[in-house]
Structures are given as C-alpha cells and as structure tokens.
Write a protein that binds this ligand. Sequence first.
Ligand code: PRP
Ligand code: URA
Length: 214
Amino acid sequence: MVNYTIIEHPLVSHYLTVLRNKNTLKPEFKEALDRISYLLAGYVYSNLKTDEVTVQTPLKKCKGRTIKHNVVLLPILRAGLGLLQGFSALLPNVSISHMGLYRDEESLRPIKYYFKFPDVKHKENLKVIILDPMVATGGSSIFTIEYLLNMGIKDINLVSLLCAPEGINAIDKRFNNIQKKYIKILTCSVDEKLNDKGYIVPGLGDAGDRLFGT
Ligand code: PRP
Ligand code: URA
C-alpha cells in the first residue's frame, strides 16, 4: 500500500472543523487553512536532513545545525495555494513550483494549463512537497506525481487536508512498488467516500471556490 499518514493534532482537528462548516466565510476559511498549514509544515519539516555547523554566539563557539535538504514546494493551482503560507514562512528560501490543473467537470480528469519548476542540478537532497487540500479521485495528484517521477525525483510528499479512500486507492494502484518508495502522503483525514459528482463526503465542499470566493 502507498505510504500515507493521518496527522493527528487537536489544533488540526479544530481548524479542520472550521473548514468543514458550511457557514464559515471566506476570511475565516483562509485563516483556518493558513493555521493548519503551519501545523502540517512543522510535521513534514521534522524529517528534513541537517548539516552540522559551528556557530559563534556572543559568548563562545558551539555546534549548530542548518537545513541540508533542497525543498521545492509545489502547490496544485488553485486550492493548493491555500496551504502555502506555513510551508513558505517556516522555510523562506524554498523554491515554489506551480502545477496548474483543473478537473474537467464531466470526466473528472485533470487538465493541465501551467507548469513551472526550478532548474535543479542535483537531485540527491531534493524534496518536493506537493500541496493540494483535496485528494478526491486522485487524478490531479497522480498526474503531478507522475510528472515528478518522470523528472527523476525520488522524494515526493503529497500534503492534503482531506483524502477520499477512492483517491488513495487510485494512487496505490497507479504506481509500482519501486515508485511507491518515493511517495509519502500526509493528510488530516480520510473521509467516507466520493459522491457521484466527484466531491469528497463529508468533505468541505469546493476548496478552491471557498478559498477564493468564486
Ligand atoms: C480540486 C482540488 C484538487 C482536485 C482534486 O481542484 O483542489 O486539485 O480538485 O480532485 P481529484 O483528486 O479528483 O483530481 P479543481 O479542479 O476544482 O481546481 P481549483 O483548485 O482551481 O478549484
Ligand atoms: N475538489 C474539491 O475542492 N472538493 C472536493 O470535494 C473534491 C475535489
């Protein structure tokens, strides 16, 4: 099975409930998503590799550590932008790639309209963190993961708020065991199911529309 972790934290549960509430308006929705993004970033960044360095304090030299990983954040447009705040604020030097996808309303297949990725020479310490609040059919995530695997990237984290079981199963089916070693999914909840329009149930509705007021 593809590696996935459900992040348990009282604040994540609290803000997720704010996001699920249909009466939560746009400013509060954005604020709750921002706050969750810090909590998720703290979790995902806890696995970053570090290098030992020497630092001179005002009193004496001592050992310290600096981040060794080269991190690229990859929000899937549009709703993935809603998870960017915490990840970019805690690691301001990260590069931010963008994948522009929307789901065709009939087929639910992802349609690509934009992709930009930094020119990375060395891939050994490269970690790509895909940000997308919703993994519904899994089509958008699969498309993006495939793209990255084809670029030779071997450390791919997919960070989401909500996954449908159908989405996780589709990701699991799509990739072979070697590819799965390169993929980690982190989510706040695996919900009940997808409805016949491809929405996660109970879910939170359309993440992009609620975030951007469209
Ligand atoms: C939503 C969401 C995911 C995708 C998930 O994007 O942000 O990217 O659907 O669905 P899937 O797992 O079935 O592919 P949407 O296409 O609505 O675009 P938007 O973010 O621009 O609103
Ligand atoms: N995209 C969303 O924004 N919400 C869903 O429930 C499914 C896909």
